[in-house]
Design a protein around this ligand. Structure first.
Ligand SMILES: [Zn+2]
Length: 284
């Protein structure tokens, strides 16, 4: 398989700028309704870009967003994209008990299924919050009827990460696979190569090179992720946050849209379910 024939997975975590985990110490959840919501406009902009490039993607969406913007869900689904779950209210799996986590993933799944009329197969934990201390989360996901998770980031990071996890698709329960977001293996360690803050921080050519390594050397699809607020450089600034959170959130927001356009041109992209679940079926 040549790298040109590999279809990579493009994933969007549908949440707004005031819901990110780094801001949670500064913005209580019960204040969310007081913030100006910009997710609808930003997702619409992404949908337009994807349409221009005839590309389909997977949208890991919060139940909280789906309840408030049901028509946005319709637009995602009617444009041919995969709707998947990012939980209900962006609570880290690692902060919840098993019972509370199960309730959260089930609630989100039901809201998304009721609106879209289709089965929700995929889940991504907020802030990649599944790791070696809460592997029970996979049993909950299987029990709730999910078929895949994309919740592990095999890197070292202060907020998340499981550096010794397998880097690619692997079975975690009899009915569930984990699809970790992409890392590139260099100098005996895993480097983040899948979007988010690193895509804004690193020069585009370097991100591009890392992803190419995964297609060429590992012969594996990249799983790339982005948030709608990352293309919105005019978003209201959240006040009172610490310097690190500020740097990570606001760095190079004005460059993301162009970089994403280049990425859409330079690689071939598709939906998680079509890349990973259909391929699995063919193998069986
Ligand atoms: Zn998130």
């Amino acid at each position: 398989m040549s790298s040109a024939s590999i279809t990579n997975a493009l994933t969007i975590d549908v949440e707004d700028y005031f819901q990110v985990s780094a801001f949670s110490p500064f913005i209580p959840r019960d204040q969310w309704d007081n913030y100006e919501c910009r997710v609808e406009k930003n997702v619409d902009c992404l949908l337009e870009m994807l349409e221009e490039h005839r590309t389909k993607a997977t949208f890991f969406t919060l139940g909280w967003i789906a309840e408030r913007y049901p028509q946005l869900i319709d637009r995602i689904v009617n444009s041919g994209h995969e709707l998947a779950s990012h939980g209900y209210g962006h609570e880290r799996a690692s902060d919840l008990s098993e019972v509370a986590f199960y309730a959260d993933i089930l609630r989100a799944k039901q809201i998304l299924e009721d609106r879209s009329g289709s089965e929700i197969l995929g889940y991504r934990a907020p802030s990649f919050s599944i790791g070696k201390n809460n592997m029970w989360a996979f049993d909950c996901l299987e029990k709730a009827g999910y078929q895949y998770s994309s919740s592990i980031y095999p890197i070292k990071h202060d907020h998340y990460g499981m550096p010794d996890a397998p880097r690619f698709s692997h079975q975690v329960c009899s009915g569930l696979i984990e699809l970790p977001v992409t890392t590139a293996r260099l100098f005996n360690r895993n480097w983040p190569a899948s979007g988010g803050g690193y895509f804004r921080l690193l020069p585009y050519d370097f991100s591009h090179w890392l992803m190419k390594q995964v297609n060429l050397r590992d012969q594996q699809p990249v799983i790339f992720y982005l948030h709608p607020w990352e293309i919105d450089f005019e978003q209201p600034k959240v006040l009172g946050i610490n310097l690190k959170a500020k740097f990570r959130h606001y760095i190079n927001l004005h460059k993301t849209e162009n970089r994403l356009r280049r990425l859409l041109k330079d690689f071939r992209w598709g939906r998680m379910d079509e890349i990973f679940l259909n391929a699995n079926k063919k193998d069986n």
